[in-house]
Design a binder for this molecule. Structure first.
Ligand code: Z15
Length: 820
């Protein structure tokens, strides 16, 4: 397609950037400049991705000065820096985020219109950066945006995976994984730092030399940095996301190549790069693979090297380190940071071992994200010894030091020939936090009970949060406009201001406009379902949404059983005044998680049968949208009426989708699990559909012999739905296909799907009735929005700064101030 460059009106666009009047013409010129001189394309020949990259470069260019100013301010202030170490950063798209935070949306829109282009098309062209699996990775991405917005000098550290989370397709209802290739097109946001590279070693052995341990490794790779600037709301501050890419220590083997061994010549290179090749696709399950341990050490050690280099450039007394660096471990994945830091301080810098341990601990803190045994990392001692022999020695020393101080207690990081990374992280952290109030209390009473008794002040809570810039302002333009029209723009970085909406609920217009925004969001989604999925839905139906990783504990299958039971009941009595519903599912199953994949298949097969039923069609449709990702979440959440947060109580550490839904005015049907508890407290119990057993009741119920059979016997709807699945009603080509699923539910049912089913069904029928009164429903929805401001990740980050990091926020000097 050929694009002509039009003439432009030089209309200035007011920008939030102080002293900087950015015009759409300026932006247009820099888009053209990048297109021409960076991408080497003529406008006539440019394709959509060329324009998208050119726009990204034009925006990135406007971030850089703020970025440098922020870094300089941090350097000159001597303030403590925060380092967030995370195996995952589930970023999604960055273009809209950057544009909105820079206040350049109108300018970009006009500039592109002048160029004969459409901003929305260009935004839609950006691939998601899917360097994460689910909640843990998305939390890290929200935290990066909030760290910048609150002005906390910080670095995120992680891995620059060549391939992010796999793409999901359905083939005859089954999940098929395809490799993801986000680096195929030129990455627009990162800066390659060939000069920032560290050599990292593995394997070999440790010798002693005059009482000093000397590690003789047998293998080495290089970690090379790639930096992405993360800009705050209104461009006041920018931090760095630094991702490490693995490279060979020695480049290409020219000698071998010249001997004609072409493939062999490239081999060392390919082998070294394997470390950052691909994201492990498991969320809340552990595989225990050697390459995974290598990945963990690789990015953790590179990050610590970088942190110490920066510290040593600015200070000459290692004892100051804890005042200058707060290092947060996002789960145990970077827990090797404890021993590695002790090694760097003691072996490499000569600090006394005990002081090295104390110093490392004063810098480090650890966030726990799950109590599920299958998710807690344990590494075989022999593997740790083979890959990291010196670290294994230090782990033994750390563990022994811990035991010596408390001889009466028997708590150890070493058990059954394995290193328990949770215990190790706990021992080497000055603070350990859970991610919701309930989860933190369960940490104290279960997994970390012994360690908590030894260190009663170590465990603290920091309930998760989400960034309102992405999850409200950008994702839900209609709602945002209504909020800003009503209370001004201050809510965007002070989300509890949403409370100011409530006095307007009595005004004639407000709830009508609120309902209109929801209605239009739903109409958009209905159109999208029609074009993308070939599925026709009633846009006024109740949009009931469960989107998250597929896991037994999240109980998508309980939702599906309720769907089947509802379908049967509607079919038996179509004229009973049913509330029309659209059941929407999306989520990926870990490729090796057989049960989760069966659930995926079953949802698709049930959807096919129900959607083909003309009798129930006016009242029930089921959609399973493939390839759930951040971008799809941004599309679905603003259009939801009902948020499914139905995990077995005690299993979901927090949840963060639950917060996004509540902010966007979906009501929750949920258990007393994770942050659901706190959402319900804040929005009010009358605006939340609670059901199911509590965490305590779950534990007691499991002890009841035959609990599943009992529950099935007592509920004919549940029995009927299970029977239909078991008899092959949804899989006539293979009637026995789901015997694994039905057998598990009928006999084992660890996650208590059957025992909670009746309460869930009844909650859903209360919801049907409530939705029929649209005025009352919209009022409840608006109350959810108004009272959920506390769930901003800005609040969460300020909590970490105050309670864990002892870090202060800074401000970039204004235009009148002198920069050195
Ligand atoms: C993950 O996404 C979470 C926990 C984990 O242990 C792993 Cl390995 C991955 C999730 C929790 O399941 C979820 O409840 C929580 O909201 C999220 O981390 C962020 O804390």
């Amino acid at each position: 397609t050929s694009m002509t460059v039009g003439r432009v009106a030089n209309a200035p666009v007011a920008s939030a950037l102080e002293g900087d009047l950015v015009t759409s013409a300026d932006l247009r010129d820099s888009i053209l400049r990048h297109l021409t001189y960076d991408l080497g394309k003529e406008p006539e020949m440019a394709e959509i991705h060329d324009w998208r990259i050119a726009l990204s470069l034009a925006l990135r260019e406007r971030i850089v000065d703020h970025w440098f100013a922020s870094m300089r301010t941090a350097r000159h202030s001597g303030a403590k820096r925060v380092y967030y170490l995370s195996m995952e950063f589930l970023i999604g798209r960055l273009l809209e985020d950057s544009m909105v935070n820079l206040g350049l949306e109108e300018a970009a829109d006009r500039a592109l219109t002048d160029l004969g282009l459409n901003l929305q098309d260009i935004l839609a062209d950006e691939p998601d950066a899917a360097l994460g699996n689910g909640g843990l990775g998305r939390l890290a991405a929200c935290f990066m945006e909030s760290l910048a917005t609150v002005g906390c000098p910080a670095f995120g550290y992680g891995i620059r995976y060549e391939h992010g989370l796999f793409k999901q397709r359905f083939v005859q209802g089954r999940q098929v994984e395809e490799p993801e290739d986000w680096l195929q097109q030129r990455p627009a946001w990162e800066f390659e730092r060939s000069d920032i590279a560290f050599k990292l070693c593995f394997g070999g052995e440790v010798s002693e030399d005059g009482g000093k341990a000397v590690w003789h490794p047998e293998e080495a790779v290089v970690a090379k940095a790639y930096d992405t600037p993360i800009i705050s709301w209104q461009g006041r501050w920018a931090n760095t996301l630094r991702l490490w890419s693995a490279r060979p220590l020695h480049g290409f083997d020219l000698e071998r190549f010249n001997r004609g061994e072409f493939a062999a010549a490239a081999e060392p290179e390919a082998l070294a790069r394997t470390i950052s090749r691909v994201l492990y696709p498991d969320d809340t399950t552990e595989q225990g693979k050697e390459l995974r341990l290598k990945q963990e050490f690789f990015f953790t050690a590179a990050s610590l090297r970088d942190i110490l280099r920066r510290f040593e450039a600015e200070h000459d007394n290692l004892r100051l380190l804890p005042q200058k660096a707060a290092i947060q471990l996002n789960d145990t994945h970077p827990a090797i940071a404890g021993p590695e830091m002790v090694r760097l301080l003691h072996d490499e810098r000569g600090m006394e071992l005990d002081e090295a341990i104390v110093t490392a601990r004063a810098c480090l803190s650890y966030t726990n994200h799950t109590l599920m045994p299958e998710a807690l990392e344990r590494w075989p001692e022999h593997l740790m010894h083979r890959l990291l022999p010196r670290h294994m020695q230090l782990i033994e020393r750390i563990d022994a030091a811990h035991a010596v101080k408390q001889p009466t207690r028997q708590v150890s990081a070493l058990e059954h020939g394995e290193v328990k990374m949770g215990e190790l992280a706990f021992m080497m952290a000055h603070k350990v936090n859970g991610v919701s109030a309930l989860h933190t209390e369960l940490m104290k009473s279960t997994v970390f009970a012994e360690l908590h008794r030894l260190h009663p002040d170590r465990i603290v809570n920091q309930t998760n949060g989400v960034t309102p810039r992405r999850w409200v302002l950008s994702a839900n333009r209609r709602l945002s406009a209504l909020i800003t029209d009503t209370i001004g723009e201050g809510w965007v970085d002070d989300l509890e201001q949403l409370e100011q909406l409530e006095p307007y609920f009595g005004d004639a217009g407000f709830l009508d406009r609120y309902a209109a925004a929801k209605r239009e969001n739903k109409a958009d989604l209905s159109n999208w379902l029609a074009t993308e999925m070939d599925l026709k839905v009633d846009p006024t139906a109740l949009f009931d949404v469960q989107i998250k990783r597929i896991h037994e504990y999240k109980r998508q299958h309980m939702n599906l059983l309720e769907t089947i039971a509802l379908w049967k009941e509607i079919a038996a009595n179509p004229d009973a005044g049913w509330t029309p519903r659209v059941k929407i599912f999306a989520g990926k199953a870990a490729p090796g998680y057989v049960f989760a994949k069966e659930i995926v298949h079953l949802i698709n097969e049930v959807a096919a049968v129900i959607n083909a039923d003309p009798v129930t069609a006016p009242y029930l449709k089921v959609a399973f949208l493939p390839n759930y990702n951040v971008t799809l979440a941004e599309r679905l959440i603003p259009a939801a009426d009902l948020s499914e947060q139905i995990s077995t109580a005690g299993k979901e550490a927090s949840g963060t989708g639950n917060m996004k839904f509540a902010l966007n005015g979906a009501l929750t049907v949920g258990t007393l699990d994770g942050a659901n508890v706190e959402i319900r407290e804040r929005v009010g119990e009358e605006n939340f559909f609670l059901f199911g057993m509590t965490a305590d009741e779950v534990i007691a119920r499991r002890e009841v012999p035959g609990h599943a059979a009992q529950a099935i016997e007592a509920d004919a709807r549940l029995a009927g739905a299970l029977a239909d699945i078991g008899e092959g009603r949804f899989s006539p080509d293979d009637p026995g296909r789901y015997h694994g699923v039905t057998g598990n539910l009928s006999h084992h049912d660890y996650f208590l799907v059957c025992s909670d089913f009746t309460a869930y069904w009844e909650a859903q029928r209360r919801i049907d009735a409530a939705f029929a009164d649209q005025n009352a429903w919209m009022r409840m929805a608006a109350i959810n929005t108004a009272r959920s401001g506390w769930f901003s990740s800005d609040r969460a980050i300020r909590g970490y700064m105050a309670d864990i990091w002892n870090a202060e926020a800074l401000e970039v000097p204004g235009p009148g101030d002198v920069l050195h």
